[in-house]
Design a protein around this ligand. Structure first.
Ligand code: THU
Ligand code: ZN
Length: 135
């Protein structure tokens, strides 16, 4: 595995240790690298009402944006099962608010790194331009 990607997965796995998942028992960790090389992480935080659980990627985006970062270079996502989990549809759209279609998204299936681009995962995302076209 590329050393820099390994570092990103390590950050995601460390964050995953804080996951609050009493309902699904499915911990997820995410590590989002900014354009200037900082890394912000997130884990899933579930809730007893099920529907307002936070996803690892949303938490990572929130952590970065609240510190003024809005340009990103790479994302790594991992579940404790290492089953190749990818960002869900909602998280893909959350990422698309800030990230180019070319954003590399790294997922881990066992020991195998699977690389996608954000555009491949979410073609034709709704964007600020989409909205301004219709105003
Ligand atoms: N989950 C994430 O944290 N990120 C995703 O995009 C996929 C799903 C979480 C939500 C829930 O806590 C658990 O994984 C099972 O769906
Ligand atoms: Zn999600």
């Amino acid at each position: 595995m590329d050393e820099e990607v390994a570092d990103l997965f390590e950050a995601a796995e460390t964050a995953m240790e804080s996951a609050h998942v009493p309902y699904s028992e499915y911990p997820v960790g995410a590590a989002l690298e900014t354009a200037d090389g900082e890394v912000f992480v997130g884990c899933n935080v579930e809730n007893a009402n099920y529907s307002n659980s936070l996803h690892a990627e949303e938490v990572a985006v929130g952590e970065a944006v609240k510190r003024g970062h809005t340009a990103f270079s790479r994302l790594a996502v991992v579940s404790a099962a290492r089953d190749g989990v990818t960002p869900c549809g909602m998280c893909r759209q959350t990422l698309a608010e800030f990230c180019a279609e070319s954003l590399p998204v790294f997922c881990l299936d066992g020991e195998t790194v699977v690389e996608y681009s954000l555009g491949e995962l979410l073609p034709a995302a709704i964007s600020e331009e989409t909205l301004s076209d219709s105003r």
